[in-house]
Design a protein around this ligand. Structure first.
Ligand SMILES: [Zn+2]
Length: 235
């Protein structure tokens, strides 16, 4: 639905990546595979998934049916430490520490630098080394200041990770209800103050362009309602 509002054509999808076997991370995967393969008529595109997402296990059923796995042109099991390529772009699989023990993050080597998606995880010693050198650090921030829970990031953790990695931009997503109630701005400001990194919370239909500069835009469907322009890195 949101792809349509952004004028993105599912049939032009090259790959579907699933970080772990929780439904808020995979629920649309089969729909997207239907689009990518033109309803199964064209065996094309790559499905990348954590071991549980593809095979089930640890109490999980597979997130993608055998049928939908079979209509793609290739299936890649994402195991931390491995790397693969999609259309010439290198992608590293990174570790997480989450309630799906086979969950992963990804690090995308684009022609304009590295974009890191850390995935659902708590702060562990392996996170910072796995994502060092990225320009954009995408953090799944579930809990606000003073509310740490196991297996997820809270604002203090996000600030420490950002301080250690020093990306140009920190993007926050996967914002939990308690965090939204306590104020997204407060969390952004804390992370920015501690790390010195420009920090923005993602919004529905927000786009981020990573070129020489990094630009974000808020849109309402196909109409850009606010081009926030280059992210001000000196703020
Ligand atoms: Zn999860």
């Amino acid at each position: 639905m949101n792809m349509r509002r952004l004028a993105l054509d599912p049939a032009k999808t090259d790959a579907v990546l699933i970080s772990h076997c929780h439904p808020d991370h995979y629920a649309d995967a089969e729909m997207l595979i239907e689009g990518m393969t033109k309803g199964g008529f064209k065996h094309t595109g790559t499905l990348v998934g954590s071991v549980t997402a593809l095979d089930g296990g640890n109490g999980f059923s597979p997130a993608v049916s055998g049928y939908h796995q079979s209509i793609t042109s290739s299936v890649v099991r994402a195991v931390p430490g491995n790397s693969f390529e999609i259309k010439g772009m290198g992608i590293d699989v990174t570790p997480t520490s989450h309630s799906d023990p086979t969950g992963v993050g990804f690090r995308f080597h684009t022609s304009n630098g590295i974009i890191s998606y850390v995935g659902d995880t708590e702060k562990s010693d392996s996170i910072v080394p796995a994502h060092r050198g990225c320009r954009v650090l995408i953090l799944n921030l579930t809990r606000p200041l003073g509310s740490r829970v196991p297996k997820h990031l809270c604002t203090e953790d996000a600030a420490e990770i950002a301080l250690a990695i020093k990306p140009e931009v920190v993007l926050l997503t996967h914002l939990g209800m308690k965090l939204v109630h306590e104020g997204v701005k407060r969390q952004e400001e804390h992370i920015e103050r501690v790390s010195g990194c420009r920090t923005l919370a993602a919004e529905d239909l927000m786009t981020v362009q990573v070129g020489k500069t990094i630009r974000t835009a808020r849109s309402k469907g196909r109409d850009i309602i606010e081009d926030t322009g280059p992210v001000d890195l000196d703020r």
